[in-house]
Design a protein around this ligand. Structure first.
Ligand code: ATP
Ligand code: MG
Length: 383
């Protein structure tokens, strides 16, 4: 898929913009605070109906204006898709091919973008909850029911935690027997989450290794691990079918809840389940969190994004649009070249890359389209 044209009115620092884009790699060059990230944010918004920078959509409207309009023409699988989003203080109104859409979920899966923002670099060092949130979101395009499963799990967890507290505080009607139905629901929905996460990590692993080695120009092996107490050992999983693994997980989950029951009642909190899990990046068996260099952190996250794009292509026979913000800083010339080469090799249909310094753009970018961004205006630019 790719975006052919974009129009903005009163979006961030863009009063009025109409621009056409090419397939392939589009490089957006501009000094600090000129509107590079804002433009990526607009493209991301068109693909996902949300910003990657803020939940507060009002901040997308230009200061001292009341509303903003974004519209774009995109192409997917040979069909044209027109999207427009009108933002004001009441929220957003979205049209898809001229027709109003009620729920964002009606739009999702039409267009898709994968975005690298320098904020993603915190992922490796962040709290486990941030990593869980990241991977849960990454799973979504591959499993639309995952959103409902996660919501159900969260609600069961909340009920169960309240009940544990009530039992601890000896509230009337609260006894350990009333936990049993909640345990079973927790195990049911939790197993679905565990299985999806396990499968996702398994699918992304081979891409991650290949892409990391290509862009880091090294033979070091990155590994992504799903850390949980509730999966059987890997050797017990390799030749098993999905329902077998699910049964196995349910058994371990049940046992774990039983073992932790006393402690749970003391804390008033559920102590086993996918809400306690984590994801870990290793490079050659060393924890990236504590040993990887700045550049390696960046290359792991970039490899993860490119791997997600590759996985999406495998599932939907089409690449998502790739948005890479300020990607070259901290990469030396060789690794920056290798990144561009990797994008070329993968043949991703459309990529947007921002850079603040012309010198940071690798020479292998010759076939790319260049745009100059200055004070909220964009012009095609011959490098
Ligand atoms: N709602 C808004 N209305 C008007 N201007 C805004 C709004 N939100 C952000 N801006 C301005 O847009 C400008 C450009 O921001 P942007 O993040 O796109 O810069 P950038 O080109 O990516 O710079 P850098 O290289 O420093 O990352 C900033 O000066 C910011 O103050
Ligand atoms: Mg920026």
């Amino acid at each position: 898929m790719f975006i052919k044209g974009l129009s903005l009115r009163n979006f961030r620092n863009y009063p009025e913009l109409t621009i056409c884009f090419n397939k392939g790699i589009n490089i957006l060059i501009g000094e600090n605070a000129q509107g590079k990230t804002n433009l990526l944010e607009a493209i991301h918004f068109i693909h996902s109906l949300q910003s990657f920078r803020t939940q507060e959509e009002k901040s997308l409207i230009s200061i001292s204006f009341k509303d903003a309009l974004l519209s774009a023409e995109a192409e997917r699988g040979g069909s044209i898709i027109n999207v427009s989003a009108f933002l004001d203080d009441k929220g957003k109104r979205v049209k898809l091919n001229g027709k109003k859409i009620g729920k964002t979920s009606e739009f999702l899966s039409r267009l898709f973008a994968i975005t690298f923002s320098p904020d993603d670099l915190f992922l490796i060092k962040d709290l486990p909850s941030e990593r869980r949130r990241y991977f849960d979101r990454a799973i979504l395009p591959h499993s639309p029911s995952y959103l409902k499963t996660s919501a159900r799990y969260d609600s069961i967890l909340e009920h169960r935690n309240r009940l544990l507290k009530d039992i601890r505080d000896a509230k009337k009607g609260a006894d350990t027997g009333s936990l049993t139905p909640w345990d079973e629901q927790l195990i049911e929905e939790g197993t679905r989450i565990l299985l999806k996460r396990y499968q996702f990590v398994g699918q992304i692993k081979p891409f991650l290794e290949k892409i990391f080695q290509a862009i880091s120009k090294s033979s070091k092996r990155p590994i992504l691990i799903y850390e949980t107490q509730l999966l059987p050992p890997p050797e017990a999983l390799s030749s098993r079918g999905e329902s077998d693994i699910a049964d196995e997980i349910k058994g371990i989950f049940r046992l774990s809840l039983a073992e932790k029951r006393k402690e749970e009642l003391r804390y008033g909190h559920t102590l086993a389940g996918p809400h306690r899990d984590d994801f870990q990046f290793l490079i050659d068996d060393q924890r990236a969190k504590t040993t990887a260099s700045q550049g390696q952190h960046r290359m792991i996250i970039l490899s993860l994004k490119l791997s997600e794009a590759a996985l999406y292509k495998e599932a939907f026979a089409e690449y998502p649009v790739l948005l890479l913000d300020d990607v070259f800083s901290e990469l030396d010339e060789i690794r920056a070249e290798a990144l561009i080469e990797q994008i070329h090799d993968m043949n991703i249909e459309q990529v947007f890359i921002t850079a603040s310094k012309k010198e940071s753009i690798p020479s292998s970018s010759k076939g790319c389209s260049f745009y100059l961004i200055k004070e909220g205006a964009v012009k095609p630019y011959n490098s």
